[in-house]
Each structure stands twice: as C-alpha cells, then as structure tokens.
Design a protein around this ligand. Sequence first.
Ligand SMILES: [Zn+2]
Length: 653
Amino acid sequence: MVKFGKGTMLIIVLVAVFVAYVFLSRGSEQPGAGWIVIGQPEDADILDPAKTVYPWAVNVNNLIYETLLTYDWDMNLIPMLAESLPTYNEDGMFYEFKLKHGIKFQCGHPFTAESVVYTLNRDQNLPGSKQTESLKNVSAAEAIDDYTVRIYLKAEDRFLIDWFASSSSAIVCDECAKKYGAKFGTPDGPPCGTGPFKYVEWKAAQSITLERYDDYNWGPEMYQNKGPAHLDGVQFRVIKDYSTAEAQLEAGIIDFDLNVNASYELFNRWGENNPYNIKLYVGPQVGNLVYLSFNCAGTENHGYGYENGEISPGSVSKAVPLKVRQAIAYALNENRFIELAYAGVATPATSWLADTIWGSIDYQENRYPYNPEKARELLAEAGYPAGLELEVIHWTDPHYDIICTEMIRELENVGITLTMLSLDYNTVEDKIRNKDYNMIIAGYNWPLADMIWWEWHTSRLPSPNRFWWGDDYTDAITDNTWSMNNEVALTALHESQRLIAEDAASIGLLNRGLVSAWRKDVIGFKIHPIPSNWKFLDVYKPSVSHAVSVTAYPAEDNGSPGSVLDYTVTVTNLGTEEDTYMLNASDNAGWGPSILPSSLTLGVGESENATLNITISMGAVPDTRDLIIITATSQKDTTISDNTSCIAHVVAS
Ligand SMILES: [Zn+2]
C-alpha cells in the first residue's frame, strides 16, 4: 500500500470512473429501464409482415419493423420511415415518397429507396403474400434516387396511402429477405427491420424475445423519445387461458395482458386503487365490428346468382330468404349481446362499417329495430308461420359462444330453432365454400372503409365474401368506393351500406371496445386507437431511485459557416423519485454550444425538452462535422448521468 499508494488509488479511481461512464454513458444502457413481458393468447405464425395479418404476429412485428407512414395519437397520417407525407401526381398517377437518411436495418444494412422497391415487389409477388390484393392498383415502384421512391397506380385507390401506415406494409431488410428466402421471419431466417427492437429468440408456442436496437434514433414525431428505446427488451409469452394471464399479471410475472376477458367481476377487482398495482384500460378502438351474416346464395334482392327476379335453381339449399333474414334482424337485441358477451364494453352497430371508420353512416331508417312481433309477421309472410330450424356457425371464440347462446334464446321467442356450431378455421371455410351453412358470426378489426370491397365484391367469393351476395350493380358500387373523389367514394360507401342493411345480408351487431391491462410500474405507456400500433419508445420500468436518459434530435443537421443550428434535447427521469438534472453541452470544434434551460426538474417518468444552439464558425471548412456531446447529471446523486451526441455538419454557403 505504502509502496504503490497514490498510483494504485488513482488507477482504482480511474477504473471506477470508467466503469460508471461505460455503464451510464448511453440511454441504451440505463439501469432500471428494464424488460417488459407481454402475455398474449396465441403464438405468432410468422414474423414476416408480407405473410401475416395475424394479430399475435402483428404485435411483435410492429416492434421489429417500421412503415413509411404511421398514425399519430389522433389517427392523423404522419411520416415514419418517410421524411414527409408523400405527394400525389394526378396526371402521372403516382405517389412520391422522400425517405429519411441515415437509417440502418438491425443487421447494419442501409435503408434506401431500393429497400422500399424490393419490399413492394415482394409484397406483390411473394408466394404466400397476404398483401397482393392491397396492392392490386399498383403497377410499379421505382427508385428515383437513394431516397426517393415513386409508386405508380393503374387505377384510383383512395385506401393505398393508409395501407402505407398499416403494419402490413412494413419495410423488410432487402439483404436479409433475399438471403433467407422463404425462411425469412422464422427462427431459421431471423426477421430484420428498422424498428426499435430486434429479434433474439423464438421458442415455438412459448415466447418471442426482442432486445433494444441500440443504433435506433429515428422515431416518429409522436414519441418524445426518438430512440434508442429505454427498455432493454420485450418478451411476448403465450398464455392460452384468461385466468392464468390474470393471475400472472396480478403477481407481476407479466407486465401486459393482451387478452383480458371483459367481465364486471374483473372490472371490480382491477378498479381504482386495486391492491395488485394494475392499470385497467377500458375504451373504444378503431374499426372493430362483430356481425351476423347469412348465406344469401340465389336469394333476392342481390344474392349471388339471383337474376331477373328469379331464384336460381339449386343454389338455395341452405340459403336464407330475404324475409327470414329481415325477421331475424327484427328479433335480435344487440344490447343483450353487449352486456352478456362484453360486459358493456361495446356499442350497438349502426351499419356494417364500424362507427369509427370514415364513410360509416348511421342507418336508423334501414336498420331493423328490435321488434319480435314484426319478426313473427315476416316469418309468416315468408311461409314459415310455424317457424323453422337454422344453424349458426363461428370460429371458436368464447364471446361468440355467449352471443350465440343468447341468439338461440331470442330466436326461439319468434319461432326459430337455432343450433350453434363452434368450429376450427378450415371447417368454417369449407362450409362457406360449399354453401353448407345458414348463418355465421364473424368480425373484423380494420380501420378503413375498403372493408366493403374486401368482403362484399363478387371477386371475393367464397371468402372473404362469406355471404354469397353480390351482382353487377353491387360490384359497380363497391368498385366506386376506391375513387380518389371523396363524393364518389362516399356515395358508393353509403349505397353499399344501405343495400347490405336493407337486404339484411349481414347484420352489424356491435362495435367492440378495448379492454387492456398493464402493471402500473410500466411508465410512459399510452394506448393507441389501434392498440397494436406501438413502438415502446417512451416506455420503461424504473427500479432504482435515480436514473436518467438524454436524447438529441436530429442526430445530424446541416448549416453553412455563420448559421445557427437548433437541436431538441429530451431528458427523461427513469428513476423512482423526482430529480433535477443539470444539462451541459460541449463540442470538438470549440464553437461553444449552448443549452436552455440549463436544468430541468422532472417527476417520475416525466420528460421535458431543452433546446441546444450552436453557431457554426465563420472559418469552418465545408464538409467537416463537429461532434456535440450533451450530458444530463442528476443533482440528487451526481454519480448518475447520461449523455448523447449530435453532429453539426458544415456545408458550403
Ligand atoms: Zn438485415
């Protein structure tokens, strides 16, 4: 000790400082930022966005991949991988997207216009792609330069721009997708995107693990933190049954339960100030409709195969005639379904388009209000004064079981004996193809009015047009729903909904609300109108008293000598106590960046912005880059700090 005294101490101190520096230097290695575990009832099918629209895959894909556009908290379209919203050239019939610069896929491959063109071609042509139909009006995609893409249309398509915000349009890494071919998106061909979390591991039927992508810093404007994410990672776990998921959430084994079964008992147990530290969310969601549809084959007025006022021979074995369908519409009380199956978390459907979708209308005059007396009259007129027997099928779903059970009771009241069959997916599809069904309960979860064309155009028979409904007239109006002209599209949407309602080809039952639950110690989470539209950029789980994250945006900015550049600096308190942070900025070139305010006091989980200014020296040499380092230091524990950097790039004036 005596011999080496001072020197040893100095080395020890230096090592300690160095370790602390490495540990705290990046937002990406924050103590206390934590992992979150999400319980969902099913495993993903494939982590390739072209090949899946399965919600349990989309939940995962939305963290791995990004789209050109996205929806902000108010459902406005905003850019994500695009630099701005695209322009539309009416004469040339093309969209032009400008892309953000400096983005890399998780494997390190750069994101460019080529990646977008490759993804679109793949979406159109890949065997097993679920996106082909969404791109039916796209003729070509072309890279004009590294950061400009044109997408040419062959027919008007008002829904395409929204498709670029849907998870289905996620941009895949062209290099990895080529390398892994058909295996891309499986454990043998790991998924690769530009999102804030990257793939680590997939244990079939058990779990999918993602970890933070440390280089991510291009988050969309809707998040305070532009990246990297605060969390170390996210794990999805398959938990089949409701009660296990509830128990695991209460015990803190999982942080999110994506399969909450709405019940009044649960609303009580997880109400305000519950002892489990659970935040229960009950609210509306966009575009979620449950409906009852009929086999309309060959029946009036627009049943498929019904021509010249004649029911086509041989097509009506199990089809349900118009008056019987209308009678059933009168006999059903959707308020009972809402109470019994969804504990009140739904609203009665006003049309076949969910009420949150643009173009949906309230068809009071064409809907058949609850009126069992009228239902009996219509059945007698239809030739069934003593009633009849019918069968309703659905994909296995406990809520649909409850709806059917109540439906059996309500229809019995008007003389219809109803049998319910809960079946697997393929059996349902077979029965529909063979017209071997009377009625089906189904639903959709989609925010756009293209649902009308998707499920009702005759080119969509036998699935997803599960109604055996449609003729030349209905095809013409559903085609018009794609028009870029608002009035033409709206008129077509209204007429389609009116016909579906009048014909009682399908009865919209209810707009399903959303019930979700998470642990209260998950900070910074906000639910989106499309719940799976998440990036978890602002989310973290604090576990230590003092911790901080600082990020700067943009990562690089350009200016000529003499100009002033502004950067937004965001500081987040990741600790479990209120803290004040001193902000400091320095740079390599010695131009003296300033930061205001120079300190921020933040509550737990709070984020606030400061502005950094730097004036590029008049003598600066064009094309040089000045590295600016920003540090936020806790005043409650000065050993806790975080730093980040940004670049001032000198361009010729
Ligand atoms: Zn890659």
